[in-house]
Design a binder for this molecule. Structure first.
Ligand SMILES: Nc1ncnc2c1ncn2[C@@H]1O[C@H](COP(=O)(O)OP(=O)(O)OP(=O)(O)O)[C@@H](O)[C@H]1O
Ligand code: SF4
Ligand SMILES: [Mg+2]
Length: 463
């Protein structure tokens, strides 16, 4: 997105500014196998995410494909119930503070009054607990626009019916009033009365997205989840739709969650940015902080991979290499440690990393008979015979194995044809505020579990 300059930040209204409050949100999908469809694991699509969206602002969510952006958007929109945690809508400032205080305590430490207070907040504000009129009101207030306008518009319906449907369902208007409201909505997105009696296939991609936006605006919502709304469009059309969204936001005081893998677009649209990696937030802050002074090596690598943004900062990290890990078996410690160009021995090396590294290096893995794990960090690897077990130890001790991995290994012994391997036990990394309102989970900045011996790396990386 080179064609549109970044817009100026808007002042955020101070009253009741917490429109959406996401707390410890998890959404897991079961993996089923076999004739009985037994659950054999879970895809951790969203895995403990917390952030706020304030009234009138745009929060951009970025990350590679599969990191959980759409799942997050669907949980916020109420289309998917969370596995744990929750999404709260329109909390007052006091309620927001109370929610944080109450959810910070272990449930068994809450008094009866505190438990009742949290239950009241859940019943009145937590999206998956809303019922009756409160639920209908939320669904009116929170709309969604998807990437693929064609599949989200009914091909057998005329535009007048597509855009008018929410007004009919919510009994907002009928007859000629309904038609005039639909015309007004079409005009607000740059279409008009002449488009009422056409089908979706009679429009261009950009026009179809305008129809989706008109439909989303029909019930005059406060909040819209925009999930890759321009990713399927040509660059010039993209710019028109983004400008339209910005104009509508200004005119109607809308709040957006803007999901995209395109950093240029996110920079153009967002006041604040949330960077996701394998179901977690790794960095969040204002647009300028995240783009001009990124803290997390993943953010840096994303920026590096986005050539039109590369001039913005003096980048330290290399380009983004390697595959995104499987969210059904996310890496220990920092989930980015399998790809991080500045990884340290304290970042979460585990048995799977050693096995992956040895694959294809002629280290006798073809002769590996079994891996008996005691934990993610500790296992016995049994080989066909002693020779292959010995070869494995030599490779793991030698220069072929990255120095950080060797340093993270606190046990490596062979007994006959079995190799016992053990890495340092590392906790899951936590987000911490490094600068005002700028958080990251990278231990080079938070210092979490960082071994004193790794300090030189911290200094080297300017943390
Ligand atoms: N209904 C589902 N059942 C099982 N797994 C799912 C389901 N929906 C999503 N997932 C998995 O959850 C993970 C996150 O998916 P999601 O669609 O949220 O990612 P995304 O960041 O939106 O990706 P993209 O940029 O490709 O749209 C992926 O591994 C995906 O395969
Ligand atoms: S904690 Fe920081 S240095 Fe370690 S792997 Fe993660 S991003 Fe890289
Ligand atoms: Mg998606």
């Amino acid at each position: 997105m080179k064609t549109v300059p970044a817009r100026a930040a808007r002042p955020i209204p101070v009253k009741n500014r917490n429109l959406v409050t996401v707390r410890n949100l998890r959404r897991y999908f079961p993996i089923r196998e076999g004739a009985l469809q037994r659950v054999v694991g879970h895809v951790r699509a969203v895995d403990g995410v917390s952030f706020d969206v304030r009234r009138g602002e745009t929060v951009g969510v970025v990350g590679e494909s599969g990191c959980g952006k759409t799942t997050l958007g669907r949980c916020i929109n109420g289309l998917l119930p969370p596995t744990d945690g929750g999404v709260y809508f329109d909390l007052g400032d006091d309620e927001h503070a109370r929610l944080d205080a109450l959810t910070a305590m272990p449930s068994e430490a809450r008094t009866r009054e505190q438990a009742a207070e949290l239950e009241r907040l859940d019943r009145t504000h937590r999206v998956d607990r809303l019922r009756g009129e409160a639920w209908r009101s939320y669904r009116r207030n929170c709309q969604v626009v998807f990437q693929d306008a064609f599949s989200s518009l009914n091909p057998r319906q005329l535009v007048k019916d597509i855009v008018g449907r929410p007004l009919k369902v919510y009994r907002e208007a009928s007859g000629s009033e309904l038609m005039e409201r639909v015309v007004g909505l079409l005009e607000s997105v740059g279409l008009g009365r002449q488009h009422l009696y056409r089908y979706p296939h009679q429009f261009s991609g950009g026009q179809r997205q305008r129809i989706s936006i008109a439909r989303a605006l029909a019930l005059d919502p406060d909040f819209i989840v925009l999930d890759e709304p321009t990713s399927a469009l040509d660059v010039s059309v993209q710019a028109q739709i983004l400008n339209l969204l910005n104009d509508l936001q200004r005119e109607r005081g809308l709040t957006y969650l803007f999901i995209s893998h395109d950093l240029g677009v996110v920079r153009h649209m967002s006041d604040r940015i949330v960077v996701m990696y394998v179901g977690e937030i790794v960095e969040a802050g204002t647009r300028d902080d995240v783009f001009n002074s990124p803290l997390h090596p993943y953010t840096e690598a994303l920026l590096e991979a986005s050539p039109e943004l590369a001039h913005d900062t003096d980048r330290r990290a290399g380009a983004l290499e390697g595959r995104v890990p499987d969210p059904a078996r996310p890496p220990q410690g920092c989930r980015f440690h399998t790809r991080c160009p500045v990884v340290t021995p304290s970042c979460g090396f585990e048995v799977d990393d050693a096995v992956r590294m040895l694959e294809g290096r002629g280290a006798g893995l073809d002769h590996l008979r079994g891996v008996q794990r005691r934990s993610a960090f500790e296992a016995d690897l049994s080989f066909d015979d002693e020779e292959f077990a010995g070869l494995m130890v030599r490779v793991l001790e030698g220069p072929e194995t990255p120095a950080e991995m060797r340093e993270a290994m606190i046990g490596l012994t062979r007994s006959g044809s079995t190799v016992a391997i053990r890495f340092r036990d590392i906790d899951r990394v936590r987000l911490e505020e490094i600068r005002p309102a700028h958080v990251t989970s990278c231990i080079l900045h938070t210092g979490q579990g960082l071994d004193p011996g790794d300090r030189h790396m911290r200094e080297k990386n300017g943390g």
